[in-house]
Ligand binder design. Structure first.
Ligand SMILES: [Zn+2]
Ligand SMILES: [Zn+2]
Length: 113
């Protein structure tokens, strides 16, 4: 796997395209799997669940809230394609998927034309 912090320096496009590019470049699905197998810490002594992401340390009252935060803030909220049901990693991926990869959309367009 590429080291993300060395890879990000290679990007030369516009800021809004960065995230989608990064996810492509790093082949995020594999990364997600390796992150998902990592078990975050359980409740703290004070009953709070702490985000273990490097440098974050946010605290939540429930494990679910902490996990939701982790997904959204650090992994990107997953988006489901309304046309074919594919899970995309974020809004950027979904938009690009619908433009270029979505088979359901393509066949729809065939039907329409
Ligand atoms: Zn966090
Ligand atoms: Zn789709």
């Amino acid at each position: 796997m590429n080291e993300w912090y060395s890879v990000v320096k290679l990007y030369t496009g516009p800021p809004q395209g960065f995230e989608a590019w990064l996810w492509d470049t790093l082949e995020i699905p594999q990364c997600i799997l390796s992150i998902a197998s990592y078990e975050p810490s359980a409740a703290q002594p004070n009953g709070y669940f702490t985000c273990d992401y490097h440098g974050c340390h946010k605290e939540y009252k429930s494990k679910q809230a902490r996990n939701n935060h982790f997904d959204v803030a650090h992994l990107g909220a997953h988006q489901r394609c309304p046309d074919c049901g594919n899970i995309l990693m974020n809004q950027n991926s979904l938009a690009r998927h619908q433009r270029t990869h979505c088979l359901a959309r393509r066949s729809d367009m065939h039907l329409l034309t």
